[in-house]
Design a protein around this ligand. Sequence first.
Ligand SMILES: [Zn+2]
Ligand SMILES: [Zn+2]
Length: 276
Amino acid sequence: MSTIQTRAAVLRAMGAARPYADSRPLAIETITLDPPGAGEVRVAIKAAGLCHSDLSVINGDRPRPMPMALGHEAAGVVEAVGPGVDDLSPGDHVVMVFMPSCGHCQPCAGGRPALCEPGAAANGRGELLGGGTRLHGPEGDLHHHLGCSAFADRAVVSRRSLVKVPADLPFEHAALFGCAVLTGVGAVVNTAQVRAGQSVAVVGLGGVGLASVLGALASGASPVVAVDLSEDKLALARSLGPVLTVNAADADAVEQVRNLTGGGADVVLEMAGSVR
Ligand SMILES: [Zn+2]
Ligand SMILES: [Zn+2]
């Protein structure tokens, strides 16, 4: 296999002046993509989501090596597989996950692949799990964003960054499973280990918070209370199922949550990252 050209959204420097509509920190560039190496896969991206973690690189809150092709929440179709990949084939539908899991470090062996140590190290270096970068611009190599670099027509990623999904799952939905659903539902199911009948309050209804609401409903939690400042988001939460809502702007918001949960929720998930 040979290299190919692809378009990708490239960030060359963090901390651009706002508004970004004027400073335009991301540029669509035509870059060169290496063929998939051992244990790697080339994916044609069909849908990608914009996540706050993308913004955190753009504004420099979460510094990453520059330049970097951004994007880490995506779904697509396998185009080509490298040597040693025997469980994915061209045409398979896949979701990218933002933390590759090596499968044999201590956290991976202990059933906590999200804490994979080689995966975290590779992400910090802006490289694939197998080491190095497969992205090249006219002036030098580009770094991978969380092993994905999904704001692109095509990407080469580690097999360990992919999960195969059913072909009838719409790409726009599948993409969300790579970050927002994984984070929000994971917090409910794996971290809080919510059990049926427990009361759950979710504070903050972005993509992750809404995924937590869905995770709480799927876990059989009752009641599920959603808290946000936006009436639109509260209405969206109510549309997901039997969800009670509280507007955080209300002076007695805490009292309302206590009353709705019989004295206080068994589990509270803080998904806003804001003290407002
Ligand atoms: Zn994300
Ligand atoms: Zn690992």
